[in-house]
Design a protein around this ligand. Structure first.
Ligand SMILES: [Zn+2]
Ligand SMILES: [Zn+2]
Length: 318
C-alpha cells in the first residue's frame, strides 16, 4: 500500500519539480551507507586479509603496484589444531559441532605420501633443475609449475639443497605438510615465505644452517606451540621414514648407532620463532642445542599433551 502510494507520487511531474533534488541526494546517501557497511563486514569476516594480504610474489623490494593476489584455487586446511580455536573460528563444516571446542588429543604428524611419479612432482623437479641451471635467485613453485600442480605437492624434493643461487624461497598457498632437511643446504637463502601453507606445523632444525636467512613470513597460528594459543607438539619419538634425515641435524655426522634422538626446540629463525624438529646422533648433540627463544619451553623437549608451556601471548618485551 505504502509502496503504491510512493510510486504514484514519483510518477507525478509536480513531485519531481519540488522534491527531485532531495530524492536524488537521499538515495545517494543511502547507497553510500550501504557500501560502507558492506566493506566493513567483508574486512571483519577475514581478519587475515586485513592483517596480511596473502601474496605469492611479495619478495622484499616488490612495489605495491606489482603485487598480485594468489592464483590459488583452494588453500590447504587440516584439523590438527582445531582445539585451539573457538568453534565459530573453525572454517570447515563438521568441526566444532554442537558449539563445543574439541578436546586436545595427542597430535600425530601428517602422513601424506608424495606421489613421485606424478606430473606435478616431475614438473617441480624440472623447475628446480631450471632454476639451478639459470642461476636464478628465486624459487617460487606457484609461478614455476602453476597452482593446479602446486596443490598436489606435500613435500619438496631433496634437490632443493642444490640451489645455491636461490635467495628467495616462496611457498605461498602450498599444500606442504613437511619440508626436507635439505633446506639447510640452501646456503644463500635470505628470504623464506611459506605464508598460507597452513598444514606446515613445524620445520626441520637444519633450516638454522641457512645463515643468511633474515626475512620470513610464516602463518604462525598454524605452528605447534605458537605463542597465541600454545597448542601441543606431537609426542616424540615418531620417526616415519619420510622424516628421518641421513645425517645428524646438529653435527652433520652419520648416525652410527641405531638410535636416533628426536627433540623439539623453538628458535628464532629470521623474523619468526619456529618449532624445529631435531634428529640427533647422540644425547651430546641434543645437549649442545642453543637456548630456546624467550617465551617458549626453555629446553629441548619431547612434546606430548602434558608438556608445560608458558602462558599464551607471553612475548619478548620490546
Ligand atoms: Zn595439520
Ligand atoms: Zn650429532
Amino acid at each position: 500500500m505504502v509502496f503504491q502510494y510512493i510510486s504514484v507520487l514519483l510518477a507525478v511531474p509536480v513531485f519531481w519539480d519540488r522534491f527531485g533534488l532531495f530524492v536524488i541526494v537521499a538515495a545517494g546517501a543511502v547507497i553510500a551507507i550501504l557500501l560502507c557497511k558492506g566493506l566493513k563486514n567483508s574486512a571483519a569476516e577475514d581478519p587475515l586479509v586485513k592483517l596480511f594480504r596473502p601474496r605469492f610474489n611479495q619478495r622484499s623490494g616488490t612495489g605495491d603496484a606489482e603485487l598480485k593476489p594468489n592464483p590459488v584455487r583452494r588453500y590447504a586446511s587440516c584439523h590438527c589444531l582445531d582445539a585451539q580455536y573457538e568453534p565459530d573460528e573453525v572454517e570447515d563444516e563438521g568441526a566444532g559441532e554442537h558449539g563445543l571446542r574439541p578436546e586436545w588429543q595427542e597430535l600425530l604428524f601428517h602422513t601424506e605420501v608424495q606421489e613421485t611419479d606424478s606430473h606435478a612432482w616431475n614438473s617441480l623437479e624440472a623447475y628446480i633443475a631450471k632454476v639451478r641451471e639459470e642461476g636464478s635467485d628465486e624459487l617460487n613453485p606457484m609461478v614455476g609449475i602453476g597452482s593446479e600442480k602446486w596443490e598436489q605437492i606435500v613435500t619438496l624434493p631433496k634437490s632443493i639443497g642444490t640451489l645455491k643461487s636461490v635467495k628467495v624461497l616462496s611457498l605461498h598457498g602450498g599444500h606442504l605438510v613437511r619440508i626436507p632437511p635439505a633446506i639447510g643446504d640452501m646456503t644463500n637463502l635470505e628470504e623464506f615465505d611459506p605464508y598460507t601453507s597452513r598444514c606446515l606445523h613445524w620445520f626441520p632444525y637444519e633450516i638454522t644452517r641457512c645463515e643468511r636467512l633474515t626475512r620470513s613470513r610464516v602463518s604462525t597460528r598454524c605452528l605447534y606451540g605458537n605463542y597465541k594459543y600454545r597448542p601441543p607438539f606431537p609426542r616424540l619419538p615418531q620417526i616415519p621414514t619420510a622424516l628421518a634425515p641421513a645425517t645428524c641435524s646438529v653435527c652433520g655426522g652419520l648416525f652410527s648407532q641405531k638410535k636416533t634422538h628426536q627433540a623439539w626446540i623453538s628458535l628464532r629463525v629470521a623474523t619468526d620463532v619456529l618449532p624445529l624438529l631435531v634428529h640427533a646422533c647422540s644425547e651430546k648433540c641434543i645437549e649442545s642445542l642453543p637456548k630456546p627463544a624467550f617465551g617458549y619451553a626453555q629446553r629441548p623437549h619431547f612434546g606430548g599433551l602434558h608438556l608445560e608451556q608458558p602462558p599464551a601471548d607471553l612475548r619478548q618485551p620490546r
